[in-house]
Ligand binder design. Sequence first.
Ligand code: PMV
Length: 312
Amino acid sequence: MTRVIAHPNIALIKYWGKADGPGNIPATPSLSITLDTLCTTTTVEDAPRDEIRLNGQVTTDAKVAKFLDQLRREFQVPPLSIESTNNFPTGAGLASSASGFAALITAIDAHCGLNMDATRRSQWARRGSGSAARSVFGGFVSLQPPDWAAQPLRPASDWPLTVVIAITDTERKTVSSSHGMERSRLTSPYYPAWIDSTQAAWREGRNAVEQRDFNALAAIAEHSTLAMHALMISSRPPLLYWNPASLAVIHTIRGLREAGVPVFFTIDAGPQVKAVCLPEVADSVASSLRSLPGVVTVMNVGLGPGASVVDA
Ligand code: PMV
C-alpha cells in the first residue's frame, strides 16, 4: 500500500486551450501557486482488477481509465485499487483534478517502482490534467515549453502569500475544463488574441515572482483571469462561470486594493474567487468577503509543498 498527499494549485497566469497533437499539451505557458491545507490523499494497492474510489464512492472515471491505459503502454503497472479523497469540494473550480493526478502518478510511481524523477512525474500528471503538472511541485511553479514539465520557481517559504478562498457554490461544474477549452478554441473570436497575449503575460508574471513585486503580480494576474473569462464568455454557447456573489467578491477586492490593501483576485473554471494577499491582511480580507451575500464559506490557506509519499 502506498499513500500520497498532493495539493491543488491555482494559476496566476492561466492556461485555457490545448496545442494540437498528443500528450495533452497546453497551447500556452502558465504560472501557479501550490496551496497547503486543501489536499488530495491517494492510496494505491495491488488488486485483482482496477477499482477506483473517489471520496468513498466507486467510480468509472473516464479520465483516470485513459490515464492508466496510457501509462500501461510504457510501464508494467498491475491492476490497482485506487482510493482518492479530497478534503474540499470536487470539480467545483478548486483544482481537484490538479491535486488528483499529481497524487495519482506520484503514488503509482512509488508503488510500482517506475523510477520517475519529478520532471517525468510532472509530464505524466499533465497527461491526466494540464494543470496537474504544476501540483507535483510546491510554492511558485511555471509550466512552459519545450518539454511541458513544470518547474519550481520559488519555494513557498520565499514569499509566503495567503489565499483567501471565497466559496460561492459547492456544486460540480456542468462543463469540464477540457470541453470548455475546446469550445473556446473552436468558437471564440478572441482565441487567437488570447494565445498571442498569454506569452507576454507569462513573462511578466515570472518577472514579478522573481522580483517579489506584489503590485506587478496583482496587475498581471487579474488581467490573465479577466482575459480568460472574456474568452470563455465569448465562446458559443457561452461559458459563464460567475454567479452574482463572484462579481460582488471581485468588486470588493478591487475596492480593497484601491484603498491600499495588498490583495488581488483570481478565478478558474468555476464561481469561486480566490483572493491572494499578504498574510498580515488575510484576516481582514476574509472578514470583508465573509459578509457578502452569496458567499457560503471563506477559507484562508497558505502556500504549500509538492506531491509527496506519506506512507509506503
Ligand atoms: O487542468 P485542466 O486541463 O483541467 O485546466 C485548468 C484550467 C484552469 O484552471 C482554468 C487554468 C489553469 O491554468 O489552471
